[in-house]
Write a protein that binds this ligand. Sequence first.
Ligand SMILES: Nc1ncnc2c1ncn2[C@@H]1O[C@H](COP(=O)(O)OP(=O)(O)OP(=O)(O)O)[C@@H](O)[C@H]1O
Length: 265
Amino acid sequence: MGNNVPAITVRGLRVVRGGQAVLDGLDLTVPAGQVVGLLGPSGSGKTTLMRTVVGAQVVASGEVRVLGEPAGSAALRPRIGYVTQAPSVYVDLTVTENLRYAAAILGLGQREVDRAIDEVDLGAHARQGIGTLSGGERSRVSLAIALLAHPELLVLDEPTVGLDPVLRRDLWDLFGRLAAGGASLLVSSHVMDEAARCDRLVLMRQGAVLADATLPELLARTGAADAEGAFLALVDEAEAGGGGGPGGRGPGAAGRHATGTGSAA
Ligand SMILES: Nc1ncnc2c1ncn2[C@@H]1O[C@H](COP(=O)(O)OP(=O)(O)OP(=O)(O)O)[C@@H](O)[C@H]1O
């Protein structure tokens, strides 16, 4: 979209967790106004990267800028929506009550509450207690809360886990609409067929970025028929090249998930 400032710029990022280098020499630029898919095997560092972007992760070295500000700046808080894998909602309240509570903290009114509930298609469950919702419905409540303040950047950690194909399609449609409205989205997924819904794909492996391109570019580069094939081809290429691919000097994250293809749930 019309904004020249990238949504996210990461240079030489190194993050150590539990004494291990989980991210090592990671570089990435996420353009504004796009849906960027973050794909990679379990343990490749997707959640850690997202935590860093939202300012929730201690960084060993490197630079992370978000919407033109250093990651973690207080000024960024209302401009970013973050939805983790564990829905953070009050189980003894209804959907609407959860939204109203979050809206009150943000100084927003009922209109925004109703809009956010509509956007995630939870209108039929608005008066239901969180404890009675399905897992997929519950995670959409977290998404609705993240959408309340019209964030410029949405960071979504596996938002489609546990959703049926119709809901997954509807959510990806919503992500597309949000990007068309100027928002930037970083969305992690294990589901390679969701890659087709992203403007760009960032493939992570062993704490570094293995590829950052559009799906057509990845397919052209590898000759693969789909995102999963492209990812596997790139992993093979990195391994054949020795050193475990870009960032492969980081022994911390290497080796523990070497067989992951990113296709498993
Ligand atoms: N608190 C911690 N202490 C030690 N190691 C950690 C800690 N948190 C994460 N790790 C390790 O860091 C690596 C990256 O974890 P991360 O959660 O970022 O991966 P991921 O790509 O999001 O995985 P998944 O797709 O399974 O959610 C993993 O090997 C994990 O075991």
